[in-house]
Ligand binder design. Structure first.
Ligand code: ADP
Length: 826
């Protein structure tokens, strides 16, 4: 990993040396000498435009030919010469005026105003501080080191600019100017590098271009230094002009670097997805555009082309100042480079108040000087009184302003909440929801640590699900006493001095919160107060207290998250239930298959038993009456068992939806008679008296004979099974409107009125049947119903408890040529 910490000492010593050099530079700037007149460039001639009134014999419009014998081809050339002289020195200039050529001696004056020197000092100092601060705060970050050197270079550029070369003779003559040339190329080179290392470090991909950039910068620096020393040691028209040309090339490099840096930054902003980083970058870009770009556009380029800048150097100073200012804003407001707790709020208040006071003093000064007020002490007294009156309100306004603008990324509560709500709608699992939750909150209210813990209802424990920098509690589970889990207790809890006074909080658990460095606890619960978990927050990065706004927002987030978790849990439950139903259906299918296979297997031996019993009965005339009786019993029981198995098989077919019918024209009375024949044995053996009243007419129907037989058999068999003392069965067939019907009446145990609708349900057995211990499967009647429905017929039952039941089964008549006939012919 990259680390500058190893070299920190060397870096700091270098910084200190540069700092000292900068101070000598500032002193030399103060001593910089200038000619006592203003010159304009006009078609490569230098024309006097204004004199400062101290010189004679020089008039506006005169052309400047030479200075101290050196041909005056450009302003910078004159500057190069005057830099080697001091204020008060006399120089000889040659002019061409209306009266022809003339030589004039003039005394040099001061080049820079006091204002310019103060401005340079402040701006250079600002760059120095920011560069140092970023390095010390983020020593491990490559971008921070690059930024540091770039800032220091700019400081050096500002302080070591062209100035009096005699102030500290050797230092100003050589060392300062050598460093100036290095700074002039290293600042732009480093800025290009910085834009590739921040916010995403892509410098690895651009290793060669970066290297090339530094090589070009170094060559330019070497060339600049070489021509400078050459021009100083052997000054001549040529050597000075060579130097100035080289310096202009360095300036072109500076322009190119600024354009490249701005381009790279713009691309980075365009590609950046994260809101906060985009905002950071926008501030930096703003700084670049206002500072270096306008410096290049309004100062460097005009100098190259016309020898004169478009704006005064003082304004350039202020424009350059936007770089450290916007950088500071990006750091403080958007935690650029993740530097937290940047500057104590008090310092920011003081700076802003100081700026305000300076502005106030400036206004007073302007008014005193411009209105030429004689009695200055009265004005000062009035100004002081006004100041006393307005100081307090202004101070609190400033504090509020600073708080809002810098220490809290201002949010529109409703807006943030709406955004948050629409985002959490898309979550379908609590895992990703909780991770989103802490990231999102950290974006809205940057905090040094945050965690989401879930409440485990079974174990009464709190488990940390997701966290950022909460390593202290990351692997802890907190047991909660059930008594503390009373719903009303779940208000927002917080350490008292971490929230603003007006915020309502529960002050329970202060010690626990203090111990684990948890400043605020926000409960996450459902609409009806079921606890899902808590949100735990540490310090705000701004180191300010949590405000009412913050807590309201967090509370609403808590409620909305709770509702979402509730929804997610319901969804999960529905999915679970669906899976369970599917599993049960699958199981049911398997069971049905199993029953059907087993029943089939049972049917084959039963058929053999039936056939062989009948065979013995018919083919063995010698068998005794007793044996014949036994054989009858075997035959009867086999029939009963076969019916039971048929029921089971039929039922499983119905369940699987594979029961088929083969309809054809048939006659109901015939079917009824046959069925009675089939079941006669059972009727007799059980000692029943059967009364049958079968209609003599042909009851033509379209039906499945086997299925109808099975249905009637089931009904008769039920009558036998559910009769106790009065063993009588009456079977009738009759016509009823468009139906032919068969009714089976018994005098058995009957069915309760309230159960009449249920007996056709699968596996249903009546209360009285259960009470009287009559076995059964509850399969018969559902099968009968299925058969009747398949025939488009109907089945009804009349019954009274302990008096008996009558089941009536009706099948539609078959009328020749009727459409029903066709319908049934499938
Ligand atoms: P099972 O007879 O095997 O129990 P069914 O589906 O044939 O199954 O009958 C369902 C229930 O209806 C029976 O358990 C019984 O309680 C009632 N039931 C059916 N037929 C009669 C009847 N003739 N008399 C009294 N109860 C009856």
């Amino acid at each position: 990993m990259f680390t500058a910490s190893k070299y920190l000492k060397i870096i700091l010593v270098t910084d200190a040396l540069i700092f000292l050099l900068c101070i000598t530079g500032l002193i030399s700037i103060e001593k910089k000498a200038d000619v006592p007149f203003t010159v304009l460039t006009n078609d490569s001639y230098l024309i006097i435009s204004k004199t400062d009134g101290t010189v004679n014999n020089i008039f506006p419009g005169d052309q400047l030919i030479s200075v101290n014998g050196v041909y005056a081809s450009s302003l910078e050339k004159i500057e190069f010469i005057t830099d080697q002289l001091n204020v008060g020195d006399e120089i000889q200039i040659t002019l061409s005026g209306k009266t022809g050529l003339k030589n004039v001696n003039v005394k040099l004056t001061y080049f820079y105003s006091d204002f310019y020197i103060i401005a340079t000092t402040i701006v250079a100092f600002f760059f120095f501080i920011i560069g140092l601060f970023v390095l010390l705060k983020k020593i491990e970050l490559k971008a921070a080191l690059i930024f540091h050197w770039a800032s220091i270079s700019i400081s050096a550029m500002l302080c070591l600019t062209w100035s009096n070369l005699n102030t500290f003779y050797f230092v100003s003559q050589y060392i300062s100017r050598i460093i100036l040339h290095i700074a002039y190329v290293s600042a732009p080179a480093l800025f290009i590098h910085f834009t590739l290392a921040f916010p995403r470090d892509v410098s690895g991909r651009f290793k060669n271009p970066i290297r090339l950039n530094y090589i070009i910068a170094s060559l330019l620096a070497v060339a600049g230094i070489y021509y400078y020393i050459n021009a100083i040691l052997s000054p001549s028209d040529l050597s000075i002009e060579n130097y100035l040309r080289t310096f202009n090339i360095i300036r072109i490099y500076l322009i190119a670097a600024v354009v490249i840096s701005i381009t790279i930054f713009s691309i980075a902003i365009y590609n950046e997805k994260e809101v906060i980083q985009r905002k950071q970058l926008k501030w930096l870009l703003f700084g670049f555009v206002v500072g270096p770009f306008s410096f290049v556009l309004l100062w460097v380029i005009p100098i190259i082309f016309s020898g004169r800048a478009l704006i005064p150097e003082e304004i350039v100073m202020f424009l350059i100042c936007t770089v450290p200012i916007t950088f500071s804003i990006a750091i403080i407001k958007y935690h650029l480079l993740d530097i937290d707790e940047i500057i104590n709020r008090g310092i920011v208040y003081s700076i802003v108040v100081a700026l305000f006071l300076s502005f106030y003093a400036f206004i007073i000064w302007i008014s005193i000087t411009s209105f030429k007020i004689a009695d200055q002490s009265t004005v000062s007294a009035i100004a002081a009184i006004i100041l006393v009156l307005i100081f307090q309100p202004v101070k609190s306004k400033v504090q509020k302003f600073v708080d809002r603008k810098f220490f809290r990324v201002r949010y529109d509560l409703k807006n943030e909440l709406n955004k948050f709500n629409s985002a959490i709608h898309n979550f379908n699992d609590t895992e990703s929801l909780s991770s989103f939750l802490i990231n999102e909150i950290d974006k809205i209210i940057p905090v040094d640590k945050i965690a989401y813990c879930e409440f485990d209802h079974q174990q009464n424990k709190l488990i940390i699900k997701h966290h950022k920098n909460f390593d202290l509690i990351a692997d802890k589970t907190l047991n909660l006493n059930p008594a503390t889990l009373e719903k009303r207790r779940f208000a927002v809890a917080a350490i008292k001095n971490k929230v603003e006074n007006e915020v309502e909080i529960s002050s329970l658990y202060q010690n626990t919160l203090l111990r684990w460095k948890i400043n605020v606890v926000i409960p996450i619960k459902s609409a009806d107060d079921e606890l899902y978990g808590f949100l735990l927050l540490g310090n705000k990065k701004s180191s300010s207290k949590y405000s009412i706004e913050d807590i309201d927002l967090l509370k609403s987030i808590g409620i909305n998250t709770g509702t979402t978790i509730e929804r997610i849990r319901l969804q999960e439950q529905v999915i679970r239930e669906k899976l369970e139903t599917e599993r049960l259906e699958e199981l049911n299918k398997q069971k049905s298959m199993f029953v059907s296979i087993v029943s089939h297997e049972l049917k084959t031996p039963l058929t053999s038993i039936g056939i062989f019993t009948e065979f013995i009965k018919e083919s063995e005339p010698s068998i005794s009456e007793k044996t014949k009786n036994y054989l009858d019993i075997i035959e009867g029981e086999t029939g009963r068992l076969t019916r039971l198995i048929n029921n089971v098989l039929d039922f499983s077919k119905i369940e699987r939806g594979v029961k088929e019918y083969s309809f054809r024209q048939t006659e109901l009375n015939k079917i009824v008679k046959n069925t009675i024949e089939l079941i006669k044995y059972q009727i007799t053996i059980a000692g029943f008296k059967l009364q049958s009243e079968i209609n003599e007419n042909k009851f033509l129907i379209c039906g499945d004979e086997d299925a109808l037989t099975e249905a009637i058999e089931n009904l008769i068999s039920n009558s036998i099974r559910f009769s106790k003392d009065r063993k009588e069965i009456i079977i009738k067939t009759f016509e009823q409107n468009e139906f032919y019907c068969v009714s089976i009446k018994d005098y058995g145990i009957g069915i309760g009125q309230e159960e009449l609708n249920s007996i056709f349900n699968q596996f249903y057995r009546s209360q009285s049947a259960i009470a009287k211990n009559i076995d059964g499967t509850g399969l018969g009647l559902p099968i009968v119903k299925h058969i009747v429905d398949a025939h488009k017929g109907k089945i009804s039952v009349e019954s009274k408890l302990n008096e008996g039941s009558t089941f009536t089964l009706c099948i539609p008549k078959l009328i020749k040529g009727d459409k029903d006939e066709q319908n049934f012919n499938y």
